[in-house]
Design a protein around this ligand. Structure first.
Ligand SMILES: Cc1ncc(COP(=O)(O)O)c(C=O)c1O
Length: 395
C-alpha cells in the first residue's frame, strides 16, 4: 500500500524512540539508566486521581464539547489570570489531547504550502515535522551554549522573508532548559509585531523554574503582543500527568475556531475523565508542584556539578524544565575502547551499548555536539549514570 509523500517527508519522534529503546532493554533485565525520559518520574497527585475516579463514578463518561467544557475553560481562564495576568474568554480557548495536539492543530489551522515558520534551535523534536506536515517550511535559527541557547531580535530579523508566517518560542526550553526574561521576550515580540508574524509560545514547562527565576509569558509583555500570540500549555509536566493527555491553546478567536473545526473532524473532545482531572489540577492545591520543583532543583544542581567535573564536557546550568544539555564536542574525534566517536549520535549509541545509559543526541534537536540528559529520575540513578559515564570516558 502507498504511503503518502506527506508522511514520507517526516521522521518519527527520536526522543520517544530512545525512551522506548531504554525501556525495552530494561524489560530484558538490562540495568539501563534512562536519561531519555521526557516526563516527571513522580506519580499524579491523589486529589487529581480522585477527581478522575469521581468523574467515572458519576457517569461523566460521554462526549463533551469539542473544544472542552466550560468548567475546564473557566479553570484555564483563572489560571492565566492568576499566574500570567492574562485575560481570555471561553471562545479564545481550546482543550486538546495534550499540548502536542494543540500545536499540531495550530500548524494545520494556520500554515499554507510554502509558509515559513521560524524555529530557534535547539528545538523540541516535533516542531519542524509538524510544520512540514502542514506544508510549511521550518526556518531554523541555530544558537549555542555561548549565548545560553537564546535568539536575539537581530537573529530573527535576518531570516524574515515575505513568506514568514510565525515563530515558535519555547521558554523554558526542551532540550536546553534555557529561559527568556520578560525584557528579552518583549524585544522579540516587537520584531514580530512590526513584521506581521504571529507567535506560538509553548509554555509547557512554565511551572518548573528554579533559583527565583520569574516566568513571563510573551503574551503578557504588551497588549499588542497578546493579540498576535497563541499560548500553548497543559498539565503534563507540572502535575505529572503525561499519560492523561490534556493540553490547551489560547489565542485569537478565529484561530481557535479553525482549530476546533479540525478537532471536530479528527479527535473530537479530549477525554472527558481527564478533563475533570485537569480541572482539579488547575483549581486545586498547588503544593505538589512546589515539592516536585524542590526535588528537581536538587537533582539539577547535582547533575550539572558532576558533568562539569568530567574532562571535555561543559554544562550550562539551566533555569527551567528537567533537562541539561551539555556540550560534548571536545570528545568528538577521540577513541574509546578502540572505537572512534565522530558525532553526538555515535556518542549516544556508544553510551547505550557500552555504559548502558540512555541519552538523546543533540542532533535530534538540531544541535550537533551536545547530548540531552533528563533528570526526571532519582538522584541515585543520576549518581550511578554519571559514575558510568565517567568510567566509560576514562576507558
Ligand atoms: C516543549 C514541549 N512542548 C510540548 C510537549 C507536549 O506535551 P503534552 O504531553 O502536553 O502533549 C512536550 C513534551 O515533551 C514538550 O517538551
Amino acid at each position: 500500500m502507498h504511503i503518502s509523500k506527506r508522511v514520507q517527508s517526516i521522521k518519527p519522534s527520536s526522543t520517544l524512540a530512545i525512551d522506548a529503546k531504554a525501556k525495552a532493554l530494561k524489560q530484558q533485565g538490562i540495568a539501563v539508566i534512562n536519561f531519555g525520559a521526557g516526563e516527571p518520574d513522580f506519580d499524579t497527585p491523589k486529589n487529581i486521581k480522585d477527581a478522575a475516579i469521581d468523574a467515572i463514578n458519576s457517569g461523566f463518561t460521554k462526549y463533551c464539547p469539542v473544544a472542552g467544557t466550560l468548567e475546564i475553560k473557566n479553570a484555564i481562564i483563572n489560571k492565566l489570570k492568576r499566574d500570567n495576568n492574562l485575560t481570555y474568554v471561553p471562545e479564545e480557548i481550546i482543550v486538546s489531547c495534550g499540548a502536542k495536539h494543540s500545536l499540531y492543530n495550530i500548524f494545520q489551522a494556520t500554515i499554507d504550502d510554502g509558509d515559513e515558520v521560524i524555529i530557534p534551535a535547539p528545538y523540541w523534536v516535533s516542531y519542524p515535522d509538524m510544520v512540514v506536515l502542514a506544508g510549511g517550511k521550518p526556518v531554523i535559527i541555530k544558537t549555542s551554549d555561548k549565548t545560553n541557547f537564546k535568539i536575539t531580535p537581530e537573529n530573527v530579523e535576518k531570516v524574515i522573508t515575505s513568506k514568514t508566517k510565525a515563530i515558535i518560542i519555547n521558554s523554558p526550553s526542551n532540550p536546553t532548559g534555557c529561559t527568556y526574561s520578560a525584557r528579552e521576550l518583549k524585544t522579540i515580540a516587537q520584531i514580530c509585531g512590526k513584521n506581521n508574524i504571529f507567535i506560538i509560545s509553548d509554555e509547557i514547562y512554565e511551572k518548573l523554574v528554579y533559583d527565583n527565576f520569574k516566568f513571563t509569558s510573551i503574551a503578557e509583555t504588551t497588549p499588542e503582543t497578546k493579540d498576535i500570540t497563541i499560548v500553548v500549555n497543559g498539565v503534563s509536566k507540572a502535575y505529572a500527568m503525561t499519560g492523561w493527555r490534556i493540553g490547551y491553546a489560547v489565542g485569537p478567536k478565529n484561530i481557535i475556531s479553525a482549530m476546533s473545526k479540525i478537532q471536530s473532524q479528527s479527535t473530537s473532545n479530549a477525554t472527558s475523565i481527564s478533563i475533570k482531572a485537569a480541572v482539579e489540577a488547575l483549581n486545586g492545591t498547588q503544593e505538589y508542584v512546589e515539592s516536585m520543583k524542590k526535588e528537581f532543583k536538587k537533582r539539577r544542581d547535582y547533575i550539572v556539578e558532576r558533568l562539569n567535573e568530567i574532562n571535555d564536557i561543559s554544562c550550562a546550568k539551566p533555569e527551567g524544565a528537567f533537562y541539561v544539555f551539555p556540550n560534548i564536542s571536545a570528545l568528538l574525534g577521540k577513541t574509546f575502547n578502540g572505537k572512534t566517536i565522530n558525532t553526538d549520535i555515535e556518542f549516544a549509541d556508544y553510551l547505550l551499548d557500552v555504559a548502558k545509559i540512555a541519552v538523546v543526541p543533540g542532533s535530534a534537536f538540531g544541535a550537533e555536539g551536545y547530548i540531552r540528559l533528563s533528570y526526571a529520575t532519582s538522584i541515585e540513578n543520576i549518581r550511578e549514570g554519571i559514575d558510568r559515564l565517567e568510567a566509560t570516558l576514562k576507558s
